[in-house]
Design a protein around this ligand. Structure first.
Ligand SMILES: [Ca+2]
Ligand SMILES: [Ca+2]
Ligand SMILES: [Ca+2]
Ligand SMILES: [Ca+2]
Length: 383
C-alpha cells in the first residue's frame, strides 16, 4: 500500500525551465557516496520507501536483529469500541495488537489519519453531536486529548483528496450533507460536497479509505447502501475525485442481493491497482464478503471473496453483522483484512484477521493474529 501511495502521490511535473528536480522528486541512486544531506532525524517516512539498511555504523539504535523491516517510530493503532461504548485504541506493534487504551470518548464513529501533517496519527470522532479531534500517543499508554472541531458531521472515510500529501477526511450529516475536511498543518479547510445520490434512508457506508480506483491519480469515494432492515440489496456508488477535494457526480457500480455493513478500498492482490472489498451483511447469510478487483480504469466484476458463515440462511431478517477494514497489520507490505463480525446476534464475538489468499483463488481467510482484545461493537478505525 505504501508503494502504491507513493505512486499515487507522485505527479510528474516536467522541468521545462531547465532547473534541477527538487528534493521531493524521485531520486535515482547513481552510486554516489554522498547520500545523506545531514538529515539525521528519522521522520518515519523515508525508511519505508526503499532505503536499504546496510549496517551503517551510525545506526546506533539497531540491536543487530534488524531484518530490513521498516523502522516504525510513529504510533500506529486500531480504534474500536469498549463494552461501555467508549472508543479505545489498541496499539499496533511488531508483536501485534496490544491491549487497548480507553480514549474516554463516547462515540461509534471514528477515523484515523495524520490530518495535521505532523507525522503522528489523530483520531477524528463524533461525540455528542460534534466532531472532535483526539491527539496523543496511545502507544505510550496515554489517553488522547480531545479538541472540538467546529463542524457537525459523522466522519466516514480518510484519504488524500487534494493531492497535497496530507490526509483528508470525508463524511456526511444525518441529513445527507457531505463534507470534506482537507487536512493541513494549520487545521482543516472544509468543503461541502454532494453525496446525496449515493445515500439511502436506511444505511449507507463509505469505503473507509479514499483511493484512486479510476487510474487518474485522484482519490475517489465509493459508497455502499441498502434500503431496509431485512435482506435488502446493496447498491454501490462511485464519486470520482477531482483532485482538489471536490467530487464529481455519482456513477453506479452495480451491487449484490444482500446488505453490506463494511467496505474498503486497497490493493489486496498486489498488482498495484486498487480493489474494493465489501459485504458482511446485516440480515441473513452472515459474513459474506465480496471483491471487485481493480483494473486500469476502474473496478472489475463483483466476485464472492469469503463467507465467514456459510451455513447461515440468506435474505431473511436473521442475526449477522459486521464490518471490515483493509490494513497492513503485520507490516509486511501486504494488506490484511480486519473484520468485526457478529454471526449469531449479541455482541461482536468474532474478530478475524486474515491474510487474503490471493493468487490461489479466493478461499477461507487465515487467522494470523489473536485479536480477541479488540472491541465487541460495530466500530473499527484503522490507520
Ligand atoms: Ca498528525
Ligand atoms: Ca490532502
Ligand atoms: Ca480517481
Ligand atoms: Ca489490485
Amino acid at each position: 500500500m505504501l508503494l502504491l501511495l507513493a505512486c499515487m502521490d507522485y505527479n510528474p511535473v516536467p522541468h521545462t525551465d531547465g532547473t534541477s528536480p527538487t528534493d521531493t522528486d524521485v531520486l535515482v541512486d547513481t552510486g554516489e557516496v554522498k547520500v545523506d544531506t545531514g538529515d539525521t532525524e528519522d521522520t518515519g517516512e523515508t525508511v519505508e520507501t526503499g532505503i536499504i539498511e546496510t549496517g551503517d555504523p551510525l545506526d546506533t539504535e539497531d540491536t543487530g536483529q534488524d531484518t530490513g523491516e521498516p523502522v516504525e517510530d510513529t504510533c500506529k493503532f486500531v480504534v474500536t469500541l469498549d463494552s461501555a461504548g467508549h472508543l479505545q485504541a489498541s496499539p499496533l506493534t511488531e508483536n501485534g495488537l496490544e491491549p487497548p487504551v480507553s480514549l474516554g470518548v463516547a462515540s461509534q464513529h471514528a477515523v484515523i489519519a495524520d490530518v495535521d501533517d505532523d507525522g503522528e496519527l489523530e483520531v477524528i470522532a463524533w461525540e455528542n453531536n460534534a466532531l472532535v479531534q483526539l491527539d496523543g500517543d496511545p502507544c505510550a499508554g496515554l489517553a488522547m486529548a480531545s479538541t472540538p472541531l467546529n463542524r457537525a458531521f459523522i466522519p466516514r472515510a480518510v484519504g488524500d483528496l487534494d493531492n497535497d500529501g496530507v490526509d483528508d477526511i470525508l463524511g456526511w450529516t444525518d441529513q445527507g450533507q457531505g463534507v470534506v475536511g482537507l487536512g493541513g498543518s494549520s487545521g482543516f479547510t472544509w468543503i461541502d460536497v454532494d453525496v446525496q445520490a449515493a445515500l439511502s434512508e436506511y444505511t449507507s457506508i463509505a469505503a473507509y479509505h479514499l483511493r484512486d480506483v479510476t487510474g487518474d491519480g485522484n482519490a475517489d469515494l465509493v459508497v455502499a447502501s441498502y434500503d431496509g432492515p431485512a435482506g435488502e440489496d446493496t447498491w454501490l456508488s462511485l464519486f470520482l475525485g477531482n483532485g482538489d477535494g471536490t467530487l464529481g457526480q455519482r456513477k453506479a457500480l452495480g451491487g449484490v442481493d444482500e446488505p453490506s455493513n463494511g467496505a474498503d478500498l486497497g490493493d489486496v492482490d498486489g498488482d498495484g491497482l486498487v480493489d474494493l472489498v465489501f459485504g458482511l451483511d446485516d440480515d441473513g447469510d452472515a459474513g459474506q464478503m465480496y471483491i471487485a478487483l481493480g483494473t486500469a480504469s476502474g473496478l472489475g466484476p463483483i466476485q464472492e471473496l469469503v463467507d465467514l458463515q456459510p451455513n447461515a440462511e440468506s435474505g431473511t431478517n436473521a442475526a449477522g453483522q459486521g464490518t471490515l477494514r483493509l490494513v497492513d497489520l503485520d507490516a509486511d507490505a501486504d494488506l490484511d483484512l480486519l473484520v468485526l463480525h457478529r454471526p449469531n446476534g449479541g455482541d461482536f464475538q468474532t474478530t478475524v484477521l486474515s491474510q487474503l489468499p490471493y493468487g490461489v483463488g479466493f478461499g477461507n481467510p487465515v487467522q494470523e493474529m489473536d485479536t480477541s482484545a479488540l472491541g465487541t461493537k460495530l466500530t473499527l478505525a484503522v490507520p
